[in-house]
Write a protein that binds this ligand. Structure first.
Ligand SMILES: [Zn+2]
Length: 270
């Protein structure tokens, strides 16, 4: 079992029930919901990730089941690649929508770790899933030992090249979920004068071999302004929206929009 490592000295943390403690006696208390805060000043984090409103918007939207098909596909993929007794790490796990389903499917056959830089998100994740271990941490300074992870999932979260390479075992697997070109195009068309398609880079990653790729596409039909607002709040467009666009968004009663995702499975080769 890999578990978390001490963000101060880098040694392995032992899960002692109410706290995590390293051999150098650095101790980190668990929050009531069960997660541990391992984000140190040196992590270089400027923000604190998604705020409570954004986290709740995402949770409420995902609870509608709109991305259930994606979740099922992610879980099946992850299950296929996770060895018995192995370690799965969900980087940028958010409020644990995918982590909890992965954990349920693995059913104790592998250790499941998740972290996110947003404390509000991790708190919800820890409440949602009791059999995984969760930490507040940065993807750019992960509290994870070198070469300790069998499968690393990165689902709409930052790609942290150096850290992923450091923590993945040799032959470890990276499962990445990214939006396709037409993902949420209908939402953008309803809000912006000049909507654009997402740019999808080629799937080549140095140090990895693309083992498998899955393409999922569908359509969402949203019939509540609440759901539409929540969906918008989960997207990066939220940050780039002026008053006119906000007003258009607020006026929407229904919305039909495409969804498009890629699940990419990479095998580490170096
Ligand atoms: Zn320590």
């Amino acid at each position: 079992m890999a578990g978390f490592r001490c963000p101060v000295c880098g040694r392995q943390l032992e899960n002692q029930g109410t706290a995590y403690v390293c051999p150098n006696r650095h101790s980190f208390d668990k929050a009531k919901s069960g997660y541990v805060h391992l984000l140190t000043h040196a992590s270089g984090a400027k923000g604190h990730g998604d705020n409570k409103a954004m986290v709740c918007a995402r949770r409420d939207f995902l609870e509608t089941g709109a991305y259930a098909e994606l979740r099922t596909a992610v879980v099946q993929t992850v299950k296929k690649y996770t060895p018995n007794g192995g370690t799965l790490l969900d980087s940028g796990c958010g409020e644990g929508y995918y982590t909890a389903a992965i954990c349920a499917a693995l059913d104790g056959c592998a250790e499941v770790l998740g972290f996110d830089i947003s404390k509000d998100a991790v708190n919800l994740a820890a409440k949602r899933c009791k059999s995984a271990q969760f930490a507040v941490a940065s993807a750019f300074r992960m509290p994870i030992s070198d070469w300790s992870v069998d499968v690393l999932t990165e689902i709409f979260s930052p790609f942290s090249e150096a850290e992923f390479a450091r923590v993945l075992k040799k032959d470890g697997v990276l499962v990445e979920v990214i939006p396709g070109a037409r993902h949420l195009y209908g939402l953008k068309a309803a809000v912006y004068d000049a909507p654009y398609q997402n740019t999808v880079a080629d799937f080549v990653r140095a140090g990895y071999k693309l083992e498998e790729q899955l393409h999922l596409s569908g359509e969402l039909y949203l019939t509540s302004p609440q759901d539409i607002g929540n969906l918008f709040l989960m997207t990066p467009y939220y940050y780039k929206t002026g008053r006119t666009e906000q007003a258009r968004l607020a006026a929407l009663q229904t919305l039909i929009t495409e969804t498009e995702f890629y699940i990419l499975v990479y095998r580490k080769t170096v």
